[in-house]
Write a protein that binds this ligand. Structure first.
Ligand SMILES: [Zn+2]
Length: 461
């Protein structure tokens, strides 16, 4: 089917009510989530034991990597012993994932249902993993349930600032998703002013994107963006600083929905409406925090470790996310009525640094993140910028990167930032480190376009 005809079909489909478009899988999950929100802590312990029992059995039977790592058959174990069996499985690190990638697929999931995704984080070590096709609808059910806490209804339109290549366009309408997409690579006066009438015409009741991208969009022209009179701001998983939260809510006069999750579909939580803490969905995954030596740790900071229930193609059991946070197991209900585990003080992978484009467009690295397999073989990356409009991408790898690999990375990048950034790619032995000891994703030596963004970048240095 040609792109045009597909466009027509999706436009026609967009007149169908959202509940028909999303289908039964989505609504089954949404009902499960909405109906179970106020269950007791005991209920969730039993529920998670059942899900873990099923997952451990599935992994032991169908995933070569786990055949020898899961000690005994969980089917006859008591709930308490299921947790004990889980804790005997060593946490899975990014290096394990790289080394044992092929052995981690479940043989029960056919190849056509598998998808490889790569994430590059600010830790500079991209990693590939597999997810099960079709699980996006379940994910969507959880996400929209979180948004519903600030009044979002399925079918509400969103203006989404995002990092997808929009074929050089600044905006694009996605009728099926009730979405107007704004390119996160074109957030400057030169690009935004001409499309502003279209954005106003779309009249989005909600703004959606990474906090860094939404801050960049709002700080472009606060008065104009405020005139959209949005009802809510949907902030995807990335650190949200206290002053940044105030900046967005006060400038736009709307509440924020903030959530924490991973592309690996491990654990997911939405912020409580009464405090800055994430209620982690027990229906989605099992969350733990561990000490550097791997010991269990609760009520104090530890590394967040997740075991996802939603995608079975490549079960990641006790996966180390590299994020830090403090986990509190709830015994009594929160003021909002939930007894889900609470995660506070999350120190995410994303630091809010920016590259600066040719037209002074601030470009967030969260938007540049590669969600395909172009970074396979790369062990670290860092952008170095001396002046607006150009950057050098430095890569580290175990061996010399083949020219076609470098070319593929270059193509993927240019498809997104074309016109705004000239990109040179160079393989190096090591990346630059800040005096603080951190390895930033962006070594920024050019000035940012406005004081709001400069403050963000400075606070994360
Ligand atoms: Zn709560």
């Amino acid at each position: 089917m040609s792109a045009d005809r597909f466009g027509r079909v999706s436009e026609l489909a967009s007149f169908l009510p959202a509940n028909l478009r999303l289908g039964p899988v989505f609504w089954r999950w949404r009902r499960l989530i909405d109906r179970s929100e106020t269950q007791s802590a005991e209920f969730w312990t039993g529920y998670q034991a059942r899900r873990l029992r099923g997952l451990l059995y599935f992994a032991r039977q169908t995933v070569p990597f786990y055949r020898r790592r899961i000690g005994s058959d969980p089917t006859r174990l008591s709930d308490r012993d299921v947790f004990r069996l889980l804790w005997e499985v060593p946490p899975l690190g990014k290096d394990d994932l790289r080394e044992h990638f092929e052995e981690l697929w479940s043989t029960a999931i056919p190849k056509w249902r598998r998808r490889v995704v790569t994430t590059g984080g600010s830790t500079g070590a991209p990693v590939a993993f597999g997810i099960e096709r079709g699980t996006a609808l379940a994910e969507w059910a959880f996400i929209t349930s979180i948004w519903s806490r600030i009044g979002f209804r399925v079918g509400d339109r969103r203006l989404m600032v995002r990092g997808l290549a929009l074929k050089g366009q600044v905006i694009r309408t996605r009728h099926l998703l009730d979405e107007l997409q704004v390119s996160a690579f074109h957030l400057s006066e030169e690009h935004l002013r001409p499309v502003w009438p279209d954005i106003q015409g779309f009249g989005p009741p909600f703004l959606h994107g990474y906090p860094s991208a939404l801050t960049a969009f709002t700080s472009w022209d606060e008065k104009a963006v405020r005139s959209l009179a949005v009802r809510g701001i949907l902030c995807a998983s990335e650190a949200l600083l206290p002053w940044q939260r105030s900046y967005l809510t006060e400038t736009l006069g709307a509440p924020i929905s903030h959530w924490y999750g991973h592309s690996e579909r491990l654990v997911l939580g939405g912020e409580c409406s009464h405090r800055t803490a994430f209620h982690m969905f027990p229906q989605y995954g099992f969350v733990e925090t561990i000490d550097p030596d791997g010991g269990m740790c609760e009520d104090r900071p530890g590394e967040i470790v997740g075991t996802g229930f939603v995608s079975r193609a490549m079960p990641l059991i006790r996966y180390r996310t590299g994020d830090m946070g403090t986990l509190h197991r709830a015994t009594t209900p929160c003021r909002c009525g939930r007894t889900y585990p609470l995660l506070t003080d999350v120190q995410g992978r994303w630091r809010q640094e920016f590259l600066v484009g040719r037209t002074n467009a601030p470009i967030s690295p969260a938007a540049i993140n590669f969600h395909d397999d172009s970074l396979v073989g790369v062990t670290g990356l860092q952008f170095v910028q001396e002046s607006p409009g150009s950057t050098e991408l430095r890569l580290t790898a175990g061996s010399a990167l083949r020219p076609e690999v470098v070319e593929r990375i270059h193509r993927a990048l240019v498809a997104k930032v074309a016109g705004e950034l000239d990109v040179q790619i160079r393989q190096v032995d090591r990346l630059e480190v800040l005096p603080s000891g951190k390895t930033p994703l962006i070594m920024q030596r050019a000035a940012l376009p406005n004081p709001v963004l400069q403050r963000l970048a400075d606070e994360h240095a």
